[in-house]
Design a protein. Sequence first.
Length: 242
Amino acid sequence: MAADNPIAPKLVKGALIEMSERFLGPVPNIIIFQMNPSQVTRSFESWDAEDAGEGEGEAAERSAATAQPGDPTETINLSLILDATDALEMPDSHPIQVVSGVADRLSALELLMFPQEDSLLGALLTAAVSAFGGSVSFSVAEARRGSVPITLFVWGINRIVPVRVTSFEVDEQEFSPILYPHRVKVSLGLRVLKPAELEDHPSEIAREIAKISYTFTKKQREVWGAANLANTVESILGMLPS
């Protein structure tokens, strides 16, 4: 089989990285795709002068025909399959999956749409200190509450962009005896966040990583676009009479 071939290429898996302090403080929660989706759909939406309220009349229409004051809005749609079948065949090595199926990974994905609150570790430490008569409180900064975390969509080295999950649909297909899902299909809608949209995010580290990721991916797009000039020259030469 190809999997036993030592020279077979290593499969690079996609991932979503939640950059928040929801669980253990400033530690990213990495959700690696169990199986890469077979299809990823992307779309771009250009700037609209009418939506921006940029005036009326013939002059405004001429300007709007070519105006693009910023990067277009990019959206990404994909479907993920989460399956606990392999883990259930080796219960001693996967005790969490035996009990809960794919509930851990599914919950991690669902939380990408929920606002941040006190960190889980902070709540445990606060409870422990209180039990000994203390009053120390460990929590996520107040400014971070009420906002969803920055999430990075990682699709190989050529596409790492900050996103917000805009739609989430789950199809639960198989269940354990206590009704934890063993197999689910998750359909995600993502909107790529532009650097200007990240300016007010309270976490400086998350903000800077997100901006660098966006810029890095954009520069790669420009490099590959420039590489197409070689194809353009070849196409022009092919159009000339021999």
